[in-house]
Write a protein that binds this ligand. Structure first.
Ligand SMILES: Nc1ncnc2c1ncn2[C@@H]1O[C@H](COP(=O)(O)OP(=O)(O)O)[C@@H](O)[C@H]1O
Ligand SMILES: [Mg+2]
Length: 594
C-alpha cells in the first residue's frame, strides 16, 4: 500500500464538501468574512437561489493583491494573530472558506484597501483564470458563479432554487440579527427582498421575524454567574405551529443547538400547547474560555464547557420574564371586528396584586381557589350556544369598584363571563381561566407542602390498557404528591383512592387515560419538576369549570378576583387568552359616538 499526499486541489474539494454544502453555506461564509472585515454595509445579490450567482459587496477593510492571493490559499487567515484558537472573537478562523468555494465554482474576487488601487483575481474551479487591476470603491466584491456545476455528486443533493433561496434568506437573517449595527440588503432574481438599516437588536429582530413582536414580544436582559442573556421572546399566546423562528446566538455567532429547543420547552411549559411554538431570538454572552467554537467545519455548532449553566440561564431568565408578564396575553386577530378587542397585550397589565388594598372582598386565604370544588363538569362537546342567555346582572353598584377585570354582570352561553370594569367591558372564558387557576393553586400547594386531597368514599376502579397501567403505576409516587393516589388493581385496571381536592367531582377514567398518555410522551429527559408541572396541567384541565356550566354571580366574581391575583392568569394552559376587553372608547366608536 503506497501512501501519497493529496494534491491541494483535492484537499480543497474535500473541505468544500464540509464547509460549503449548498449555496446558503457559501453565502454564510462570505457574509461572515465581510463582517470580520469590519463592514458597515453588506449587499447580497442572488440568482436562482444562489445556484447561478452569489454576489457580495462590502465596505470592509479590503485586501491588497498579495493578501488576496493568500486569502485564496488553504489555511491562510488574518484572524488568529496569536494562534489562540480558544480566544476566537471573529466569525472565521480556519482559512478554509475562500479556497473551498473557489474549488467548486467560478469565483471572482475584487478588493481595494482605502487609499490604494483595486485588484481582481479570477479562479475557475481552483485554477487561476486571470489577475488584473480593478476599479471599485474601498472594500471587497465577490462573485461566485455556477456553484457545484462540475461536482455532480454534490449537485444531486441540492434542492430547487426556491428551497436554496429559502436557506440563503435564513442565513442572511441569522447574521443580520447577530449584527444589527450593520446595514444589509438582499436581492433575489432582481427583486429587492431586504433593506435593513443599522438598528437596536430588538428592532432588527422584529424587522426580520415579525413586526407583531413589537406588541407581543417580551424583552430579556439578565445575567447570572458571568453569563449574560438578552433578546426577545413572544408572549405565550403569540405562538406558531412550527418552531421555525427560534434563534440562538452565542457571543454574536448564530448557532444551531438542541439546547435551545429544550430550554424553550421548559421555559414555556404549561403556558403553551405542546404542538405550538414560541418565537425567540436569544443572545448569550459567555466568557471565551467557556465555549469551544471549533467543533464543526461550518462553525454553526458550539460546545459549552457547562451546558447546564447556559440552559439554566435561559430557562430561569425566560421563566422570570414570563411570570412578570404573565397577565398579558396577545389578543387573537379580530379580522372582521370593526374595533380591536384587546386582551392584556395592549393593556398595561398592572393588575391589582391584592384586592384587599382596594377595599374589595378578600380572596380565600392561602391563595386557594374559589369554592368551585363539587361543581360537576358538563360535557364540553355540547354545542356552546345551546344555552339561553343567563343575564343575571347585579344591580349596578356605584361606583364600579376598580377591579382590573371588573365586576360580573352576567354570563353568555354558560361559557363566558361578562364583566364591567372601570374602563370597559371584559369577557372571560370561564374554562380557560379556571384551568389556569387550578393549575397555579396546585403548583403553589405543591411548593408549600402537600396538595389537598379528597378521599373517595368508594375507591373507583378504572380499566385501562396494561401499558397505561404500567405507566401510571410507575409514576404513582409523583401522582400521590399531587393528591392523586392510585394502586394497581389487576393487570389492566387501577384503583383510585384520592383525587386532588381542587378537582372537585371529576371523571377519574378520562383523567387517568390522559395522564397515561402524558407520561408516555414525557418518557424523555425531562426533569421531575417539568414532569410534575405537565401532569398538573393535565389534571387542572380536567378539574376546571367546563364551558356550559352555569355560574352564580358570586362564583363569577370570585373567579375574576382570583384571576387578578394569580400569576400567569392571562392565558390558559394551552396558550389561549383567558379574557378580552373592549374599552369604553371602542364601545363608543361602535355606536358612532366618536
Ligand atoms: N470580504 C473580505 N474583506 C476583507 N478580507 C477578507 C474578506 N474575505 C476574506 N478575507 C480575507 O481572507 C482570509 C481568508 O478567508 P476565509 O477563507 O473565509 O478564512 P477565514 O475567514 O477563516 O480566515 C480572511 O482571513 C481575510 O483575511
Ligand atoms: Mg471566513
Amino acid at each position: 500500500m503506497s501512501i501519497r499526499r493529496l494534491p491541494p486541489e483535492l484537499i480543497n474539494r474535500i473541505a468544500a464538501g464540509e464547509v460549503v454544502e449548498r449555496p446558503a453555506s457559501a453565502l454564510k461564509e462570505l457574509v461572515e468574512n465581510s463582517l470580520d472585515a469590519g463592514a458597515t454595509q453588506v449587499a447580497v445579490r442572488l440568482h436562482a437561489g444562489g445556484l447561478e450567482l452569489i454576489e457580495l459587496v462590502d465596505d470592509g477593510c479590503g485586501m491588497n493583491a498579495d493578501e488576496m492571493r493568500l486569502a485564496l490559499e488553504r489555511h491562510a487567515t488574518s484572524k488568529l494573530p496569536s494562534d489562540a484558537i480558544d480566544q476566537v472573537t471573529s466569525f472565521g478562523f480556519r482559512g478554509e472558506a475562500l479556497p473551498s468555494i473557489a474549488s467548486v465554482s467560478r469565483l471572482t474576487l475584487e478588493s481595494r484597501v482605502r487609499g490604494a488601487d483595486g485588484w481582481r483575481i479570477a479562479i475557475d474551479h481552483g485554477e487561476l483564470a486571470g489577475e488584473e487591476p480593478a476599479a471599485l470603491p474601498p472594500g471587497t466584491r465577490i462573485r461566485v458563479e455556477g456553484l457545484f456545476d462540475k461536482v455532480p455528486a454534490r449537485r444531486k443533493f441540492l434542492r430547487s432554487p426556491r428551497a436554496e433561496y429559502a436557506a440563503c434568506l435564513d442565513a442572511v437573517k441569522r447574521l443580520a440579527m447577530a449584527r444589527s449595527d450593520v446595514a444589509f440588503t438582499l436581492d433575489h432574481d432582481g427583486r429587492r427582498i431586504l433593506t435593513l438599516q443599522p438598528a437596536a437588536p430588538p428592532v432588527r429582530v422584529a424587522e426580520l421575524l415579525t413586526h407583531d413582536l413589537d406588541r407581543h414580544g417580551i424583552g430579556i436582559d439578565c445575567t447570572r454567574d458571568g453569563l449574560r442573556l438578552t433578546g426577545v421572546i413572544s408572549l405565550p399566546t403569540f405562538n406558531r405551529g412550527v418552531a421555525d423562528q427560534q434563534y440562538l446566538f452565542v457571543n454574536s455567532r448564530p448557532v444551531k443547538d438542541r439546547l435551545l429547543v429544550g430550554a424553550l420547552r421548559a421555559a414555556y411549559r404549561d403556558l403553551i400547547a405542546r404542538d405550538r411554538h414560541p418565537i425567540a431570538a436569544l443572545f448569550v454572552e459567555v466568557p471565551l474560555d467557556e465555549v469551544d467554537v471549533n467543533v464543526h467545519p461550518a462553525k454553526t455548532e458550539v460546545r459549552f464547557r457547562d451546558p447546564a449553566a447556559v440552559r439554566g440561564l435561559i430557562v430561569g431568565g425566560l421563566r422570570h420574564v414570563l411570570d412578570e408578564e404573565s397577565q398579558r396575553s396577545a389578543a387573537r386577530e379580530q379580522a372582521a371586528a370593526p374595533v380591536m378587542w384587546t386582551s392584556s397585550a395592549s393593556y398595561d397589565s398592572n393588575l391589582v396584586r391584592d384586592p384587599r388594598e382596594r377595599g374589595g372582598p378578600a380572596v380565600p386565604e392561602g391563595g386557594g381557589i374559589p369554592a368551585f370544588a363539587g361543581m360537576t363538569g358538563v360535557a364540553e362537546d355540547q354545542r356552546l350556544f345551546d344555552h339561553a342567555p343567563a343575564g343575571r346582572a347585579e344591580p349596578a353598584a356605584e361606583p364600579v369598584p376598580s377591579y382590573p377585570l371588573g365586576v360580573a354582570r352576567g354570563q353568555v352561553a354558560a361559557t363566558y363571563i361578562v364583566a364591567e370594569a372601570e374602563d370597559g367591558l371584559v369577557i372571560v372564558d370561564q374554562h380557560a381561566a379556571h384551568e389556569r387557576l387550578v393549575l397555579e393553586s396546585m403548583r403553589a400547594a405543591r411548593q408549600g407542602g402537600a396538595v389537598a386531597r379528597q378521599a373517595l368514599l368508594i375507591p373507583e376502579v378504572v380499566e385501562l390498557d396494561e401499558p397505561d397501567c404500567d405507566r401510571l403505576e410507575g409514576a404513582a409516587a409523583e401522582l400521590a404528591e399531587m393528591g392523586l393516589e392510585l394502586e394497581r388493581f389487576g393487570p389492566a385496571a387501577m384503583l383510585v383512592r384520592t383525587v386532588p381536592a381542587a378537582l372537585g367531582k371529576t371523571d377519574p377514567g378520562g383523567l387517568l387515560l390522559d395522564l397515561a398518555g402524558e407520561i408516555a410522551e414525557l418518557g424523555g429527559p425531562l426533569s421531575l419538576r417539568d414532569k410534575l408541572d405537565r401532569v398538573a396541567a393535565t389534571i387542572a384541565c380536567h378539574g376546571s369549570v367546563r364551558a356550559g356550566r352555569v355560574l352564580s354571580v358570586a362564583e363569577m366574581n370570585a373567579l375574576l378576583r382570583e384571576m387578578e391575583v394569580t400569576p400567569r392568569s392571562g392565558q390558559c394552559n394551552h396558550g389561549r387568552p383567558t379574557w378580552v376587553k373592549l374599552g369604553h372608547a371602542d364601545i363608543e366608536r361602535l355606536f358612532g359616538r366618536k
